[in-house]
Design a protein. Structure first.
Length: 83
């Protein structure tokens, strides 16, 4: 399971943007955000990727996010949730 380092929240109208900084995140690992009402989500890696390793695939089911990436590292998960 990805390790939560920090959480930040920002109000965006009727939505809240949650920014989760996750360390030691590897391919196939999960993170339970506790947010079953996610409206949209994406993730950015903090390390420079090499050719052929760009991007992070993210899927979500009932507030649990699963990551698909080539290299283990720190990522920022952004989640828009209804408040």
């Amino acid at each position: 399971m990805a390790t939560l380092n920090t959480t930040q929240r920002e109000s965006v109208g009727s939505l809240t943007l949650y920014i989760f900084n996750l360390t030691s995140t590897a391919d196939g690992e999960t993170f339970d955000s506790g947010l079953p009402n996610a409206f949209g989500f994406w993730a950015n890696g903090q390390a420079a990727e090499t050719a052929g390793e760009e991007g992070i695939n993210v899927t979500e089911a009932a507030g649990v996010f699963t990551f698909g990436l080539k290299s283990t590292g720190t990522i920022d998960l952004f989640v828009l949730a209804k408040t």
